[in-house]
Write a protein of this length. Structure first.
Length: 85
């Protein structure tokens, strides 16, 4: 995927290029429960650096876990609750 990221406060615009791959089906437990997911990893296409891994649940139709690269390490986000309509 290719897109432009604009940060008005920093007065910067950056062109981003990422390549994402569905790597595996996994069962993941997060605070909201246990879900069958598809693990998708994304890398920077310019330098091959890992950017992000997400676990998408078809049951929830949303991400249930996201692990991303941030300055100084990794950030982990997990689904804490959900409600089906």
């Amino acid at each position: 995927m290719k897109y432009h990221e604009t940060r008005p406060a920093d007065r910067q615009t950056e062109s981003i290029e990422r390549s994402c791959t569905a790597e595996a089906e996994e069962v993941v437990t997060v605070p909201a429960g246990t879900f069958s997911t598809v693990r998708v990893s994304c890398k920077n296409t310019r330098n091959g650096a890992w950017i992000l891994t997400v676990w998408y649940s078809p049951q929830v139709t949303h991400l249930v876990r996201e692990e991303s690269s941030v300055t100084g390490g990794k950030r982990l986000r997990e689904l804490i609750s959900y409600r089906l309509r």
